[in-house]
Design a protein around this ligand. Structure first.
Ligand code: HPA
Length: 279
């Protein structure tokens, strides 16, 4: 018989602790970070204590996307101990929802209590411009597969998790204060999760906007569901890389998304550093 999810996580954690013995001696990181496409620069700000390739970690999915190196990086940012999942797993790559959220579950068992995520997203709110930042205060996950489908592992979390506050109100308030002090304008809104890999049709952008979405993207919601199941506090931020509700002849490309993400990245990095410092 195969291993249960809990046995897999325990094996994974054992190997990570062996490869990063300091985890055993000192307090482990309380903050986990997942960075979006084209938004990986925060990882270069970390005073690295250990960088473990995903390929050396049992049961970890292996990264396939270009520009994602696939490493678990431990170290300090702004004097705070953090762990970065450098390399994210998207459902559109063909991973199962359980694989997409596996690293999030491992973070919890390494002692993480707060999860920070970023992503590139298409703007649908008419007030948004390319390069803007949006604090995610809620999401719509109905268009993706819920990662908690199937037998519930009760040692991870409850069968029917509450989702009334997927994104921590305390962290949202703090992020807005920090943004204001750094003079970085931020919007606040609802992230509509989709599977991709196609960008949306005009009719789909319209539908998602009418349904209550301010931005749309292909990541984050499955990870947030798993994180809330585990009881982690979550904060997430979108960088608006293109405008879904747009001129008739505006075509969206992955290159444009990456370029816009890179241009907005310094703002995001400054903000995340401020939030990490405050934790
Ligand atoms: N749609 C979905 N995902 C995205 C988009 C978009 O417009 N932009 C960046 N990721």
């Amino acid at each position: 018989m195969g291993l249960t999810i809990l046995q897999q996580i325990e094996e994974t954690v054992t190997v990570i602790r062996r490869l990063y013995p300091k985890l055993n001696e000192s307090m482990g990181p309380k903050t986990g970070i997942v960075l979006g496409s084209g938004l990986g620069n925060l990882a270069s700000e970390i005073a690295v204590e250990a960088a473990i390739s995903y390929s050396d970690i049992p049961h970890f999915p292996v990264s396939t996307v270009e520009g994602h190196q696939g490493k678990l990086i431990f170290g300090q940012i702004s004097g705070k101990r953090v762990v970065i999942l450098s390399g994210r797993f998207h459902y559109y790559e063909g991973y199962t929802p359980a694989q997409v959220v596996y690293p999030i579950r491992v973070l919890k068992f390494l002692g993480v209590e707060t999860l920070l995520l970023s992503n590139a997203a298409g703007g649908m709110n008419k007030a948004f411009k390319v390069g803007d930042l949006m604090v995610i205060h809620d999401h719509i996950s109905l268009f993706v597969v819920n990662p908690l489908l199937g037998k519930n592992e009760s040692s991870l979390g409850p069968r029917f998790p509450d989702m009334s506050e997927p994104y921590s109100k305390v962290l949202i308030a703090r992020a807005k204060e920090i943004a204001a002090s750094l003079k970085i304008p931020v919007h606040e809104g609802v992230y509509a999760g989709v599977t991709g890999p196609t960008f949306e049709t005009r009719a789909e952008y319209k539908l998602l906007h009418i349904a209550g979405g301010d931005a749309v993207g292909m990541s984050t919601v499955q990870e947030v569901i798993a994180a809330r199941h585990l009881g982690l506090a979550v904060f997430a931020m979108s960088v608006i890389t293109d405008l879904g509700i747009r001129e008739e002849d505006n075509i969206i490309t992955h290159e444009e998304v990456l370029q816009a993400a890179a241009a907005a990245e310094p703002k995001l990095t400054a903000l995340f550093k401020g939030i990490i410092e405050s934790l």
